[in-house]
Structures are given as C-alpha cells and as structure tokens.
Design a protein around this ligand. Sequence first.
Ligand code: HEM
Length: 401
Amino acid sequence: MEMNYDVLAPVHESAARDRALAALRRESPIEWDAQNDWWLLTRYADIRSVSRHPEIFSSEPKGPWHVFEHRFSMQAMDGKRHLRHRNIVSRAFTPRMVSMLSARAIRYADEAIDALEGRRSGEFVTDLAVPVPMRIIADMIGVADGDLERFREWSDAVVFMGGGHADPDQLARVGALVTELNEYVGEKVRERRETPQDDILSRIIEAADEGLLEDAPGFVDLDRRLSPDEVKDMALFLLIAGNETTRNGISQGMLALLQHPRERARLAADPSLWETASDEILRWTSPVRAMRRVALEDTTLSGQKIRAGESVVMVYASANRDETVFPDSQSFRVDRSPNEHLALGFGPHYCLGANLAKMEIRATLERVLARLPNLRIAAGCEPIFTPSALIDGVESMPVEW
Ligand code: HEM
C-alpha cells in the first residue's frame, strides 16, 4: 500500500496518524515498511498472536531503537533467561509493596500540587507528571531524600537518551549523567545487600541471591545466582520502563481529558469511574506506541509470509483503536468496559508494572481534577511532543488554572 504518512513519525499529528493506521488495518494489516526494513502490524489479533509466540517471534536485542529495548533488560530476553529475571522482579512487586507505594503516590501528587500554591500557571510535565513516577521509582531503588534532586537530573537524562535527540554535545553531557546514575545504583545494590531495607531493591536482591526460586510461578532450574551487576541493570531497567512511560501516560491522559471536557466532568463528578478510566487513558494514548520482535524461523501471519530474521513492529497505538475489537473505537470514554487494550503489552512480557502504572496515573490525575478543577492549556500555547518513534511522549505542556 502506498503510505503517505509515516505511522511511526516522531510527530504528534494524531488525526492524520489515526487515519493512516485505520487505512493500514483495513487494506494492508501486515505492511512491509521498506524505509525501515520491517513489517508493520496494525491489527489487534495479529499483535496478540505475535506476543503469544515468543518461540517464533523473539525479543532478543534487535539493535538500538530506544533505551527501552536496551540489551540488559528482561524486555530484550527470551525463554528461561527471561523467566529467571521476570520471576525475580515479580517476587519483589508484592501486593503489600504496591499498596504501600499507592499511599505514597497520593501523597506525592498532593505535595506536587501544594508546591504550586499561589501560582496561576505552570508546566504540566515538570510540575505534575514528573514527580509521582520519579519519586516512586526513587523509593523502589531506595534513593535517600537528600539525593532526590540529583536523581531527578539522572532520570531526566535517561528520558532524554530515549527521546531520539541528536545533538552530540548534549548527548555527551547526558551520557555522563547516566554513568553517574549507574554508579549510584551500583552503590545502592552494595548497601542493600549489606543492610536490607523495606524497599523493592532489597526484595530483588533477596530473590536474586536465593538462586533457586522453586515456589515462583513458572519455576526454572537456575544454575547460578544473579551477579550484583545484573541486579544493578535490573534496577536501572525499572527506571527506564516505569518512569518515562508513566510520566507520558499522565501527561497524555491530562491532555485527553482536556480535549474531552464532558468525559473530564463525568470523572470529576464521579471518581468511582477511575475503576475504568486509567485503562481508557492507556488505550487512548498508548504511551509505548510500538514494540519490536524478530522472527526466528520462516512463518506465516494472517496469510503473509515472514522470513527468519525479519523484524515485525507491533503498533499498539493501532491495535488499541481496532474497530473490530473496541466498539466506537475512535471515542474516548472513561467508562469503557471491557477494555482489553494492549498498551501494556500482552503475553509473557506483559508489563510487570501494570498495576503500579494505572495506580500512579489515577493518583496524579484524580488529585489534579479535584484540586485544580479549571486547569487548562495556557492561552496561546501548545504542548510539545517527544521526537521518538517508540514513545508517545509530551516534553512540555504549559498550563494555567
Ligand atoms: C503507563 C506506563 C507504562 C506503560 C505504557 C508500559 C508499557 C509496557 C509494555 C508495552 C511492555 C511490554 C514490552 C514487550 O512486550 O516487549 C512493558 C513491559 C515492562 N514494564 Fe511496563 N509500562 C508502564 C509502566 C511500568 C512501570 C511503572 C514499571 C515498573 C516500575 C514497568 C515495568 C515493566 C517491566 C519490568 C517490563 C518487562 C516485562 C518483561 O519483559 O517480562 N512498566 N511495559
């Protein structure tokens, strides 16, 4: 099909993009993208099917595309190696830990709003979308309060690295910050190993040290423990996977509510709608726009031959608007149910932070709707979007209230 619009273009032309994706779903759901040398998958059923078959469609490193796909992350592993890493982290995400973090998320959202006292305008991303995910990750890794400002700089550096910016001077400066972060997290791993605390990093170290996880779901026979460096990389991946994604979910979610004033009013009037609203925000905004897999063998997908070694890109942003799955798929409805969107992936790599992410989006936006009820885009301003093929992010969004 002749495409007159790059569906992975780093611009936020949402109407044009949605039209292009709808045309692909209808006319060419498995489309060879010659510019990038990969297949674009746009239908919900095909994306679910690929996600469900890691023995055919591998997650192993596929070359640099975004830091989310970084070599060290479980997201870029297959088979037993993947399961071993996943089991360790999932053992740390206990319901008690997530509920403890939930109480904190509400407090952090309130503190972010308190800090705006006396002001009538601000920048939504920095003031309101950054604090909750950043502080929750900081708590997970055990960052001391005194180190929070430095941690914010480092976590912004990681976000910048993933943003597709090209200025070499800036990249060098940001690269130095990421090295500092690596050293800091390495230090935290050493500290926690000696003196465990009530945080996720300590639980990860415990699980990693046990070596054999016989009671874990999907038990694998582990032949060795994880090294401190592997644990450090795991903690860094949590920062990559859980910070920018959730920040963008919050910013894009606010934007969706601003663009749909009736839905926003319903949610403000009836907070019980948050039971379904976070999922609709995720479906609507797909903060992780797409993910890649590589075919390990020749195979056929919905009648299309895919050869071993070829990449397929699962465009979640398209699956989430698939009209054969979601009635009235181009409408944003905070009470949508059922809502089995793919914004958090599907299958063995399904997002480990799914509940945490939904909780953080809700905590932040529920407090904003309650305490800054007339927040709006600042007069004469527009949001600026992240120049990335993979992440649908907002870099800045001037607001007033
Ligand atoms: C709105 C926020 C978020 C979005 C949209 C999101 C999206 C995703 C997606 C699409 C995947 C699947 C990747 C694949 O199949 O290749 C994934 C995996 C993952 N996510 Fe999230 N995520 C979010 C928040 C979080 C948070 C808060 C954490 C934890 C702190 C987290 C941790 C992970 C981990 C560890 C994986 C890898 C799982 C695996 O490979 O087995 N995510 N996420």
